[in-house]
Design a binder for this molecule. Structure first.
Ligand code: 1PR
Length: 549
């Protein structure tokens, strides 16, 4: 059996995650940083992971001498597995960067998902269609985690690829079918991320590393429960567990939870509420079936993140045992260390990616970026963290965490920001309102509203919106559905509902009434009122597809 697995290191955002997954399976991992590295000759199994921009990735591969080296490796007959952009690079080219050349092992080009009728990127858990092609134990009822905007579209099916000898698993996102995985000879590649697809993904990696092709036998009950009904473009309804992390008064890093962002206990000592340890809770929610875990360093505005090693350590440890996407937020901005060294937001994000994060979330700095975007006449200058990080790691890696609060006005003319007419007037009888963006965890207010903010951030390159709501945070009374609808209509990128979930019905109404792409809960899970599994069971009983493990 192969004991050492070699991974091509092109500084891809998912390098740490794939390393963690392979080490978890009991293998030693060695990174290969250039095509000239003699280790490549010794490699018995090679993984080619990639995320982000096709052109950036292929150019990096070329610059490091990987193009010829990988072609020779493949010609030698040894197994290679490409993941995400590591699959895309096997193709000829991509609409994402038409001048960039792929390895052209598959005679096809990639194109962007159409976004008229569905959010793009595709972010979430989809199923596969195998059409009789069984390989590496891919499970047609299983859910695999996809995150991408470009794909090898199959308007006329996979027939041409099959004629060329490829075994193909396809997936459908909305009205478009694309290559989800393919295999031929010693090559195997997946558009989805096995390293982030929970236990099913780990099983797939194990099958590849052992070069096994077990057959999958599902009972009729499973098939009925798990078969994709394509009601949500093919994706399950994502449930995210969120951990607000900060140091308590004793200096220990704890998971806390506020009421409208106030995390101090009101009744007793006034101490920071301590709801548990971040790594342990992340593991617990992973086991309960959370589709993603989000860590927010909620006091990052006063801490310097590069000195804040415990948060990086939390992420490093959590990423070793939780194989679903991890988002980290708080302090993703340009910083100056006490010795005067300036560290760019891109480098801060890089540090988090190398510690196992799959996405970073930007709060305060997103507000500054959006304000500058409007001041410059709806243009970015390329320098904001949203732009620099999405350019290097892909827009799917950049989440915008918004902390809005509702402001009532007499009429829409009283503010330049987008207003809605609410069903719930305030005590003065005012019906019109807008949602003011805040910074530094609600401590400061911006002049722009949430509608303006999310549209600016989307234009600058963000891939997802994490939509909090200060008015509802910790209240247990349900999400602010009016806010969710406003933002969902404002952008094409996926929107995550946050703040106020107190029972499973709240998740259900958010999905059904607003079309949000995911729902996040914090207090409901930390206080043990419901498990993630109970929320999902409720959704499933009510006809919404969820990922069940
Ligand atoms: O501004 O880029 O450094 O990021 C700071 C991050 O920390 C932002 O994402 C901001 O939302 C978050 N944050 C700052 N202060 C607080 C606080 O609570 N005092 N937490 C805070 C935000 C919102 C969610 C919460 C949901 C669900 N918390 O994380 O988990 O509201 O709660 P619920 O389900 O219990 O209602 P930057």
């Amino acid at each position: 059996m192969v004991q050492v697995v070699h991974i091509v290191d092109v500084e891809s955002g998912n390098l740490q995650s794939i390393t963690n997954a392979i080490e978890h399976l009991g293998y030693e991992v060695k990174l290969i940083r250039s095509g000239a590295d003699p280790e490549l000759d010794k490699a018995e199994t090679l993984i080619l992971p990639g995320v982000g921009n096709f052109g950036h990735f292929t150019r990096n591969m070329r610059a490091r001498g990987f193009v010829d080296a990988i072609s020779s490796y493949i010609a030698s007959g040894r197994p290679l597995m490409g993941i995400c952009v590591g699959l895309q690079v096997l193709f000829r080219s991509s609409e994402e960067d038409p001048g960039a050349e792929g390895l052209a092992l598959v005679d096809m080009s990639l194109s962007r998902f159409r976004d008229e009728s569905k959010p793009v990127p595709e972010i979430g858990w989809n199923t596969l269609q195998l059409d009789g092609d069984q390989f590496f134990g891919l499970d047609p009822c299983g859910r695999y985690y996809f995150v991408h905007s470009y794909a090898a579209m199959l308007a006329n099916g996979a027939g041409r690829l099959r004629e060329q000898g490829w075994r193909v698993a396809t997936a459908r996102y909305g009205d478009e079918r694309f290559v989800a995985a393919l295999a031929r000879g010693n090559l195997f590649a997946t558009q989805f991320h096995p390293e982030k697809s929970g236990k099913l993904g780990l099983q797939l990696l194990a099958n590849f590393l052992k070069q096994q092709h077990p057959s999958i036998d599902r009972g009729s009950q499973d098939i009925e429960l798990l078969t994709n009904d394509y009601s949500n473009y093919g994706l399950t309804r994502r449930i995210i567990a969120c951990l607000d992390v900060r140091a308590n008064d004793e200096g220990d890093l704890v998971v806390t939870k506020g009421d409208q962002y106030d995390v101090r206990d009101k009744q007793e000592s006034g101490a920071i509420r301590n709801l548990g340890k971040p790594v342990e809770l992340a593991q617990l929610y992973y086991e309960q079936g959370a589709d993603e875990i989000t860590f927010l360093n909620i006091t990052s505005f006063k801490d310097c993140p590069l000195r804040d090693a415990p948060m990086l350590e939390v992420l490093r440890l959590a990423a070793k045992t939780t194989f679903v996407p991890l988002t980290v937020g708080g302090g993703i901005r340009d910083i100056v260390d006490p010795d005067g060294t300036r560290i760019s937001a891109l480098d801060v994000a890089g540090l988090y990616f190398r510690s196992g994060a799959d996405k970073v979330s930007i709060g305060t700095d997103a507000v500054y970026a959006a304000e500058r975007y409007y001041e410059a006449g709806t243009r970015g200058d390329g320098s904001s963290p949203i732009e620099t990080i999405s350019k290097a790691y892909g827009s799917q890696a950049v989440v915008i965490s918004v902390d809005p609060k509702r402001v009532y006005v007499d009429s829409p003319d009283d503010t330049p920001n987008k207003t809605i007419e609410s069903k719930y007037p305030n005590s003065k009888g005012q019906r019109w309102c807008w949602y003011q963006c805040t910074l530094k965890g609600g401590r400061e207010c911006s002049k722009i509203g949430v509608w303006e903010l999310v549209r600016a951030c989307e234009a600058l390159g963000a891939g997802e919106i994490l939509l909090n709501c200060i008015d509802r945070d910790g209240t247990n009374v349900g999400y602010d559905l009016e806010l969710l609808k406003l933002v969902k209509y404002a952008v094409k990128i996926p929107v995550v509902a946050s703040s106020g979930a107190g029972k499973p019905e709240h998740f259900q109404e958010a999905f059904l009434e607003t079309g949000v792409d995911a729902c996040l809960g914090a207090g409901i899970f930390h206080r043990g009122e419901y498990t993630v599994r109970e929320v999902k069971d409720h959704l499933s009983r009510n006809g919404l597809k969820v990922r069940l493990i």
